[in-house]
Each structure stands twice: as structure tokens, then as C-alpha cells.
Design a protein around this ligand. Structure first.
Ligand code: FMN
Length: 184
């Protein structure tokens, strides 16, 4: 027996917890939480952004950062999604520390261990679709194993939109481009 859901109650599984960092025209940093995003090519990320302070900022600077929400940053990550930079300096209020990316005009939020540094390739006002080129990535050594980001150390979280909860990403259960070979 299957149940049918209307589109508003459908899910995309998994959805990320992407923290979009931007500067405004005065160099004031801001961060927002975005779930609707995905890798769209090697070195490219696509996100859906409504009209937010973040959107206003990145249209002016042509740059943004994307950090990944983690168990340790869950509370500030949620805060960045329920308050607007139009009303308050969220970075200060959350007690975060930032420094400028060396490759794009956007802030790195130091509380997040892994951050993509992106330039705006395209933002479409009609669709809200933002395509960014990933110019570089910075990662704290404490979440690396053999030079690679180690999910067990990073503890990234995902957003479950059907229950409005954040969930931990689980253990390794298979090998990509490999396990399917058993039925090839
Ligand atoms: C879990 C979660 C996911 C969200 N995902 C998105 C998203 O993908 N796109 C979007 O436009 N807003 C999304 N939001 C809403 C923005 O984060 C929110 O409106 C925020 O206040 C915008 O901040 P800003 O005005 O400082 O840029 C999300 C909020 C939460 C809590």
C-alpha cells in the first residue's frame, strides 16, 4: 500500500544545512541557513535563495561562502535561518568570529570547520536560482584524515523537512562506483 502526497508535502532526501556567508557593501558579515542546494557540476553549487539580506549582499559583492552545519554548530546554524540580517548583526549576536576569504569577497565563519569560497556565476531574480563557482575550499585540520575531510570528525547534519528536524549523517555503508559491480 502506498500513500500519495501533494507536492508541498513531498521531500527531497537528504537536504543539506548550508550556511551562506556574505558581506554587505560596508563589509558587515552576515550568514543564513539554506537547505535547498546541491552540487551541480565539479566545482559548482546551485542554491535556491529567496529575497533575503544574503541575496541582496551577494548580488552586490558577487561572492559568498558556504559552510556546512555540524552537530557542534547546530544552534547557531538554526539561528541563522530564523533571524534576518536586515534586523540584526547575526554574526555578533551568535558570538561568531569571521575573517575575509583570501579568494572571494565573503566571510569565513571560524566556528565552521569546512567552508567553500564561491563566486556568483549567475543569480536569476525570477527563479531565485543561484549558481556559484567554487573557487576554493578551506578545512580545519582537526576534521581531516589523510588530507581528506572525515565525516566522522566533521559530524555534518542534514535537514529533515518533513519533521523540521536536523539529523546526523550516519556511518559508511557502501563503496560508490564499486558495490553495483556485483550485479554488472
Ligand atoms: C532549516 C532552514 C532551511 C532554510 N532554507 C532556505 C533556503 O534553502 N532558501 C531560502 O531562501 N531560505 C531558506 N531558509 C530561510 C532563511 O535562512 C531565513 O529567511 C533567513 O532569515 C535569511 O537570512 P538573511 O535575511 O539574513 O539573509 C531556511 C531556514 C531554515 C531554518
Amino acid at each position: 500500500m502506498v500513500q500519495t502526497f501533494d507536492p508541498k508535502h513531498s521531500i527531497i532526501c537528504p537536504e543539506g544545512v548550508f550556511i551562506i556567508g556574505t558581506y554587505d557593501e560596508n563589509g558587515v558579515p552576515n550568514a543564513m541557513n539554506a537547505a535547498w542546494g546541491i552540487q551541480s557540476d565539479y566545482g559548482q553549487i546551485t542554491l535556491y535563495l529567496d529575497e533575503h539580506k544574503t541575496t541582496e549582499n551577494l548580488k552586490k559583492t558577487n561572492a559568498f561562502t558556504v559552510a556546512f552545519g555540524t552537530v557542534d554548530t547546530l544552534v547557531i546554524s538554526d539561528y541563522f535561518g530564523i533571524e534576518s540580517g536586515f534586523n540584526v548583526n547575526k554574526i555578533e549576536k551568535a558570538g561568531c568570529h569571521v575573517h575575509p576569504s583570501t579568494v572571494v569577497n565573503a566571510p569565513i565563519i571560524e566556528e565552521y570547520p569546512v567552508t567553500l569560497e564561491c563566486s556568483v556565476f549567475d543569480y536569476n531574480d525570477d527563479t531565485g536560482i543561484l549558481v556559484g563557482n567554487i573557487e576554493s575550499m578551506v578545512a580545519d585540520e582537526r576534521v581531516l584524515t589523510d588530507g581528506k575531510v572525515d565525516y566522522d570528525k566533521l559530524k555534518p547534519i542534514i535537514f529533515d523537512c518533513s519533521t523540521n528536524t536536523y539529523r546526523l549523517i550516519g556511518p559508511v555503508v557502501g563503496k560508490a562506483f564499486n558495490d553495483g559491480k556485483t550485479i554488472q
